[in-house]
Design a protein around this ligand. Structure first.
Ligand code: GUN
Length: 284
């Protein structure tokens, strides 16, 4: 069997087109465009690329992106002050603080200080809690993007045995909550999991979010399974690859996402949608 490749890039492009026309409709009825404050602290090369992609997507759909490129030794109190100002600014609909942050800054505290109605990353404990109690509002972009991607190729999630590998606050945990909400039976695997291989081998759906190149071998995948690779790992050669050994996994899976061109573009498109939604939910 050779898997069908899920083209996240194409699905995300379609989403961006739809978001653009929703924004144009707003503009035509005299409303303003959404605006997103994008905060980058320091010059981590990977973060700089992610932020550039997010700003380019804003431009594409007509979201006004406001850049805050801050020095890496900024004081935590200064970042708090900026967040406070943006929370109170009626013209700002979304606030994104690119992670990771330098060590002098407590990332959890920064996230908790973002107004949950402007938390377009869906990282605030309020928004994670809403998802946990089946009343999602602003949903974490990568996990929600994965759900949208699977929906768009008509994969029925209800009843699937899903295994999520990785339990990070930003991706693995909300991913497990999304799949639970979608009706999957969910197992979360992590560094203390005794036998990763046997968990993967019985999964109808594997979602890899460990951030370890080649962690999941193709031979582990159940024939006919769905494989979603959220990992973005840079090899010494400069090549970007996921957590799953794509070449061997694609011979067993029914569906598989590539890296790059799979989940990554869905994250960015979902961020755009969240920014528009945040504005709409605030009645603007
Ligand atoms: N760093 C890596 N991915 C993300 C993301 O989706 N949002 C933010 N804020 N930081 C990130």
């Amino acid at each position: 069997m050779s898997a069908q490749i899920i083209n996240g890039k194409a699905i995300a492009e379609e989403m961006l087109d739809q978001i653009k026309s929703r924004i144009n409709q707003r503009l035509n009825s005299g409303k303003r465009a959404p605006s997103l404050a994008v905060i980058l602290v320091g010059a981590d090369p990977a973060s700089s690329i992610y932020v550039r992609n997010k700003r380019l997507a804003c431009e594409k759909v007509g979201i006004n992106s406001i850049a805050y490129d801050l020095v890496s030794d900024i004081k935590e109190s200064e970042l708090f002050a900026l967040i406070q100002k943006l929370n109170e600014d009626e013209t700002i609909d979304g606030i994104l603080v690119q992670s990771p942050l330098p060590s002098q800054i407590d990332e959890k505290l920064i996230i908790e200080n973002i107004n949950p109605t402007k938390d377009v990353d869906g990282f605030h404990p309020y928004n994670i809690g809403r998802l946990a109690i089946r009343q999602p509002t602003l949903r974490s972009c990568t996990p929600f993007g994965v759900i949208k991607m699977l929906n768009s190729v008509n994969i029925e999630l209800k009843g699937l045995d899903a295994v999520v590998v990785g339990v990070s606050n930003h991706v693995g945990r909300p991913m497990a909550l999304e799949l639970l909400l979608a009706g999957c039976t969910v197992t979360s695997c992590h560094r203390h999991t005794k036998d990763l291989q046997s968990n993967i081998a019985r999964a109808d759906l594997v979602v890899a979010a460990a951030g370890k190149a080649g962690l999941i071998k193709g031979e582990w995948i159940k024939p006919g399974a769905i494989v979603v690779d959220i990992g973005i790992n840079r090899l010494d050669s400069g090549k970007i690859c996921g957590d799953v050994d794509f070449e061997s996994a694609k011979d067993r899976a029914a569906w598989i996402t590539p890296v790059p061109g799979g989940v990554g573009p869905m994250t960015v498109a979902t961020l755009m949608e969240n920014t528009l939604l945040a504005m709409e939910l605030r009645g603007i």
